[in-house]
Design a protein around this ligand. Structure first.
Ligand SMILES: C[S@@+](CC[C@H](N)C(=O)[O-])C[C@H]1O[C@@H](n2cnc3c(N)ncnc32)[C@H](O)[C@@H]1O
Length: 311
């Protein structure tokens, strides 16, 4: 009896394996699907699956050319089941598990879209044809036309100016602000032929923009770098006209602790209620937060977009 629980603890005592089991409890998944959800190479996923299968925690079945894995809970005794319940409650509440659940949805939707393509071949073919002819994001490039043509927009923390370049053709001026000389040089190169891009060096906590100068502003993938995101949101509110719109895009909570060292992240994502409090404290109203659908090609954490209006 004692030996059995030690074997179980060894098999389960690993963050990746427990996240894997959490997924496999909900759905039968292939190795490829697990790789895409957990953002891990196939060799790592296969190694962990073998450990779990050898310990009797995972079973598999063949379906045509695919093999599907699942949590083999029915074959476990009561003691193992209690252990799993305890572990599931702990791991299920982590931000890693939350990110996995979002990507699981995307993977399942991908399966669905394959069968939809098969059954509704006209619609399926049109999506593919549009992608082949015009690229993956062509229809999204039309969306900035919803902005007012007379608007002055701030791209706050503009980096290399990619978003400025997307917005500029649709509005009067884009004021692009960043503190980094390297980023600003790259932005100047990118934007050299775009006459209505006004590039300014400055701090997000003390913007080089006058009060109520902007009709709209963006803070895209920036807040997680700031020690005081509240100060940047207050500044964004100051430079917006009353009724002006702010768009914040950033990461949902995640557990990539290594990003602090690798990329200087201060915050490991933002929870929805945290974002609402920050916006409200900055004098922003009508806050709408939308988690973005997980992109199957992306390796990073899931994102959200928050839209808000300056009171
Ligand atoms: C991850 S990049 C994102 C750039 C761009 N928004 C994008 O989505 O491609 C973050 C940018 O914020 C800038 N940044 C970070 N802290 C800043 C601060 N306190 N004031 C001004 N810019 C800042 C960095 O220099 C960097 O260019």
């Amino acid at each position: 009896m004692e030996a059995a629980i030690f074997d179980d603890l060894t098999a389960l005592g690993d963050a990746t394996r427990s996240r894997m089991l959490l997924l496999l409890e909900r759905h039968e998944l292939t190795v490829g699907e697990l790789c895409s959800i957990l953002r891990l190479p196939q060799s790592t996923v296969s190694r962990h699956l073998k450990t779990l299968a050898d310990a009797g925690w995972v079973s598999s079945r063949r379906d045509g050319t695919s093999r599907f894995y699942t949590l083999a809970l029915d074959e476990r005794d009561d003691q193992s089941r209690r252990l799993w319940t305890l572990l599931r409650d702990e791991v299920g509440g982590t931000s890693g598990a939350d990110q996995d659940a979002r990507r699981l949805k995307a993977v399942l939707a991908g399966r669905q879209s394959k069968s939809q393509e098969f059954f509704e071949s006209a619609a399926g073919q049109w999506d593919k044809l549009r992608q082949d002819l015009f690229g993956r994001d062509s229809h999204f490039q039309a969306i900035p036309a919803l902005l007012g043509g007379h608007w002055v927009v701030g791209d706050l923390g503009c980096g290399t100016g990619e978003l400025t370049a997307v917005l500029a053709p649709f509005v009067k001026t884009v004021i692009a602000v960043d503190r980094s000389d390297d980023m600003l040089n790259a932005a100047r190169r990118r934007l050299q032929d775009i006459a209505n891009a006004d590039i300014r060096k400055g701090e997000l906590e003390a913007l080089p923009i006058g009060d109520a100068e902007l009709d709209a502003a963006t803070l895209v993938l920036v807040l997680h770098h700031l020690s005081d995101p509240a100060a940047a949101l207050r500044e964004a509110a100051r430079v917006l006209k009353p009724g002006g719109r702010l768009v914040v895009a950033d990461m949902l909570p995640h557990d990539h602790e290594e990003y602090r060292q690798q990329m200087g992240h201060v915050w490991l994502g933002f929870a929805e209620d945290q974002m609402r409090r920050l916006c409200a404290a900055a004098g922003l109203d009508e806050v709408r937060i939308v988690p973005l659908g997980a992109n199957r090609d992306a390796k990073g954490p899931a994102l959200f977009v928050a839209g808000a209006i300056r009171k």
